[in-house]
Design a protein around this ligand. Structure first.
Ligand SMILES: O=C(O)CCC(=O)C(=O)O
Ligand SMILES: [Fe+2]
Length: 339
């Protein structure tokens, strides 16, 4: 592990290669490092994650092509009105990521500051409850095929990560993999269009508001533009940049795994604001930001699984903090608040 001063919240960079090809001791060390990082920061950068750079470049190229389509074409794959059915295209202003606000008035208030982003969500092609919603194939031939394959590639990284974290927590290597058999995950293409930089800096617009993710974990691929920020572990409300680091992906814990672990692992707030300043503040007046693209892959347990406190995370001196919950009920409750 390259320990980038973990105490100051710098997110550690962890090489996953020894988990694949190293000795059992080396693999155990990776598992320990990842586990410690998830406990302290909730975020890691993973290196040698197994997705070739060329494939990531292709994913960004397809994403850019998709978002460059005329609005009327993108609208042919509309996100359904139900928040839980998270598939298809959402135009700018449609989704507002909101942290733990569930009442109508609270949600309406938060929605006044728009998220300046558009997104396309896709999942398992064989998911009968939530079929994918594609644009017609002739509009962008190859798009569907590419992301169907890309989704499977992400699933193999997911399985490796699930094994690593299980070992790190002293569980059977397959403990978490068994809860994630049906690939009820979601891959999301995000495009943050160019926007007046000052609006982002003044908080009059946001790219994505501060939130934590819902599920088990998220693997995030970002482009080089920057703007992702992660809440400081020591100082609530202070956000530190999580810049693009070539050859890595960002992985973070979601709320469901935090709950599952009796809050041993941290699901940390993060947001996307303006990219880091290049010149003086004044120079940002009237200036447009560069557009930004990112591709998060959200990992969630199979829908019917009951999520109850993990072995080793509770005991006589450490009661369970949460009731068991069905994965599907928990995720739907969180999704419904964002649409
Ligand atoms: O675009 C990013 O870098 C972050 C996206 C994100 O946090 C999310 O979609 O949950
Ligand atoms: Fe997120």
């Amino acid at each position: 592990m390259v320990a980038l001063a973990i105490d100051n919240l710098s997110i550690p960079i962890i090489d996953l290669e020894p988990a694949r090809t190293g000795t059992p001791e080396q693999a155990a060390q990776v598992a320990q490092d990842v586990y410690q990082a998830f406990k302290k920061v909730g975020f890691v950068y993973i290196k040698n994650h197994g997705v070739p750079q060329d494939l990531l470049d292709q994913a960004f190229a397809w994403s850019a092509k998709f978002f460059a389509l005329p609005q009327s074409e993108k609208n042919k794959a509309p996100h359904p009105p139900e928040g839980w059915y998270h598939r298809g295209y959402s135009g700018v202003g449609r989704e507002k990521v909101i942290q733990m606000v569930f009442d109508k008035d609270g949600i309406a208030e938060k929605r006044k500051t728009p998220d300046v982003k558009e997104s396309f969500e896709l999942g398992n092609e064989n998911d009968e409850r939530m079929p994918n919603i594609w644009i017609p194939d002739e509009t962008l031939p190859g798009f569907r095929q590419f992301f169907t394959m890309f989704f499977e590639t992400c699933y193999s990284v997911e399985q490796l990560l699930l094994r690593i974290i299980a070992v790190g927590m002293g569980l059977d290597e397959d403990y978490f993999v068994k809860y994630h058999q049906n690939k009820t995950n979601q891959c999301r293409l995000l495009h943050y269009p160019a926007v007046e930089e000052e609006l982002l800096r003044l908080g009059k617009a946001e790219r994505i508001a501060a939130h934590s993710d819902f599920g088990t974990m998220t693997i995030l691929i970002q482009d080089e533009v920057g703007g992702l920020e992660v809440e400081d572990i020591h100082e609530k409300g202070k956000f530190n940049p999580a810049p693009y680091i070539p050859g890595t992906a960002v992985v973070n814990i979601g709320d469901l795994l935090m709950r599952w672990s009796n809050d041993e692992l941290r699901s940390t707030l993060h947001r996307v604001r303006a990219p880091p300043l290049v010149d003086s503040d004044d120079a940002s007046k009237g200036r447009m930001t560069r557009p930004r693209y990112s591709i998060p892959y959200f990992i969630t347990p199979d829908r019917e699984q009951i999520i109850d406190c993990l072995p080793g995370c509770y005991g006589p001196d450490r009661p369970k903090k949460y009731e068991p919950v069905k994965s599907r009920d928990y995720i739907a409750m969180r999704m419904n608040a964002t649409y």
